[in-house]
Design a protein around this ligand. Structure first.
Ligand code: SF4
Ligand code: SF4
Ligand code: FES
Length: 220
């Protein structure tokens, strides 16, 4: 075990544990969207989980950092909050806010983070850059909503960790980045109806089971 100090509180943790996990397990909330506990190498792509660590000149993402003995961490400085609010604003610029009709309403990470950072979900003067999916070939059971997707990558991670041949991946670059489904090259039909891990993990309901499929699959 090692001892570290987070926001003035002395905390014990397993040597080498993940810093974000250590904070969350000790009821110290740090906004995060792209991290899952089982990730060995987190992508640190959402840029929300910044903290300040004594001895490191700039705030750093806690999901990509391990704890050490004597570490001193601050999760709530002005610098940290400024960076988190900018990252969150950037993320919202590509996210269509329609909470009332969204399946994630009231259990949504974005709503939670907005409350925590005391920042609006619809910031004034925020240019909207909603992505449009130009793909013609669609998935037989699943629907992808590109202008809701925050590119957290959790769906890609769970798909890759559960299937030898992953059924989805990131496609394109920069602002055009989005999720693309692929079909099983052997059977030609994706095993997604037996899995749905991506639907369950998506924090913003950007992957959904198609209504037509739910009706077809329901017992008569
Ligand atoms: S994902 Fe969250 S913030 Fe976005 S529309 Fe749905 S409930 Fe609202
Ligand atoms: S579809 Fe959902 S889980 Fe996948 S990258 Fe987009 S927001 Fe994340
Ligand atoms: S949770 Fe750390 S960068 Fe996304």
């Amino acid at each position: 075990m090692v001892k570290l100090v987070i926001d003035g509180r002395e905390i014990e943790a397993q040597e080498g544990s993940n810093l974000l996990r250590t904070c969350l397990e000790n009821d110290i909330y740090i906004p995060n969207l792209c991290w899952l506990g089982e990730m060995e190498k987190p992508s640190a792509s959402c840029r929300l989980c910044f903290v300040e660590v004594e001895g490191i000149p700039q705030p750093t993402t806690s999901c990509s950092m391990k704890v050490w003995d004597g570490m001193k961490v601050r999760t709530d400085t002005e610098w940290v909050r400024r960076l988190q609010r900018s990252a969150f604003r950037l993320l919202l610029s590509a996210h269509r806010i329609e909470c009332r009709t969204c399946p994630s309403n009231k259990k949504c990470d974005l709503q939670k983070i907005a409350r925590f950072l005391k920042t609006p979900l619809k910031p004034k003067r925020l240019e909207s850059l909603a992505r449009k999916d130009q793909e013609t070939e669609k998935h037989p059971f699943l629907e992808y909503v590109p202008d809701r997707c925050v590119l957290c990558g959790k769906c890609v991670f769970v798909c890759l960790s559960r299937h030898e041949v992953p059924m989805m991946a990131f496609a394109n670059r920069g602002f055009s980045t989005m999720i693309r489904f692929s079909h099983d090259p052997v059977s030609g039909s994706p095993p997604c109806d037996q899995c749905l891990a991506c639907v369950e993990i998506c924090p913003v309901s950007a992957i959904l089971v198609k209504e037509t499929f739910m009706i077809a699959a329901s017992p008569t």
